[in-house]
Design a binder for this molecule. Structure first.
Ligand SMILES: Nc1nc2c(c(=O)[nH]1)N(C=O)[C@@H](CNc1ccc(C(=O)N[C@@H](CCC(=O)O)C(=O)O)cc1)CN2
Ligand SMILES: Nc1ncnc2c1ncn2[C@@H]1O[C@H](COP(=O)(O)OP(=O)(O)OP(=O)(O)O)[C@@H](O)[C@H]1O
Length: 223
């Protein structure tokens, strides 16, 4: 005998119909908005004066050096994944060379299979790089595969909740999703690329910290 006081479907199904539940139309709207924001933020970044870009890269490097020292101490042999700057991203290469000289293992991300997690290959100053996906310079296949303890994630845009907008491949989210334990992930970008929200979607994974030329940005993880 059915109980008329009992819902016809389990309460957990309610999420499927809730106004804030998965909504394919909303996901499409967010994807369209993100495409437009990426274009806007990238053209703003392209328009930065060379000297301002260089000064920002140096300021971010100072903040990053301090953050790494404070959180990870000397930690020789710690694996830090970085990035080879493209399309006006902050250039941290002088700092990477210093960290390498101080005994950190530096790695660069590589798209080896499209729409799959990134892999990380060991890098050293002066290493000949090859052109990878999207023409991004990457270490050759002979370079060791490593798993980062700390990962730098370049930002096209970012928000105060610590979410990152990248180039739209979903590579960082897939990568962080695939790694246990997750690396401590630091978003690196310009202060001017701050958005009030990126409208985070279920696949978006927040950064552990965001660093701009203005320093460490407040995110919800902060004490
Ligand atoms: N310097 C640097 N290296 C990096 C990254 C980065 O952001 N900066 N990445 C950080 O993740 C990875 C590469 N990320 C990529 C992200 C998107 C596309 C891409 O093909 N974008 C398409 C749009 C995709 C879509 O909208 O579906 C395009 O722009 O045409 C390529 C590489 C690894 N290396
Ligand atoms: N963990 C995941 N598994 C499968 N697909 C994913 C995952 N994360 C992201 N994606 C796909 O990637 C698409 C692009 O994601 P998003 O807009 O977050 O890219 P992005 O973070 O700007 O890119 P990138 O990290 O490459 O710079 C999403 O629409 C989603 O379909």
């Amino acid at each position: 005998m059915p109980d008329p006081g009992r819902p016809a479907s389990p309460p957990c199904m309610a999420a499927d119909f809730a106004p804030d539940g998965p909504d394919p139309q909303q996901a499409l709207d967010v994807a369209r908005w993100r495409r437009a924001e990426r274009l806007r933020l990238r053209s703003e970044r392209d328009a930065l004066a060379v000297a301002a870009r260089a000064a920002a890269g140096q300021a971010i490097s100072r903040h990053l050096r301090a953050l790494l020292a404070e959180r990870f101490g000397e930690a020789r042999g710690m694996v830090l994944s970085a990035y080879w700057p493209i399309k006006g991203e902050p250039d941290l290469r002088p700092l990477l060379a210093d960290l390498h000289a101080a005994g950190r293992v530096i790695a660069l991300p590589v798209v080896e299979v499209k729409a799959s997690p990134l892999v990380f290959r060991r890098w050293h100053p002066g290493q000949p790089l090859i052109r990878g996906h999207w023409n991004i310079p990457v270490p050759p296949p002979s370079a060791d595969l490593v798993i980062p303890t700390v990962a730098l994630a370049p930002l096209v845009g970012w928000d105060g909740a610590g979410f990152r907008l990248g180039y739209g491949g979903g590579y960082f989210d897939r990568t962080l999703d695939s790694l246990t334990p997750r690396p401590f992930t630091i978003g690196i970008g310009f202060q001017s690329a701050r958005l009030s929200t990126i409208f985070p979607q279920p696949h978006d994974i927040p950064m552990d910290a965001i660093l701009t030329e203005a320093g460490l940005q407040p995110t919800p993880e902060d004490p």
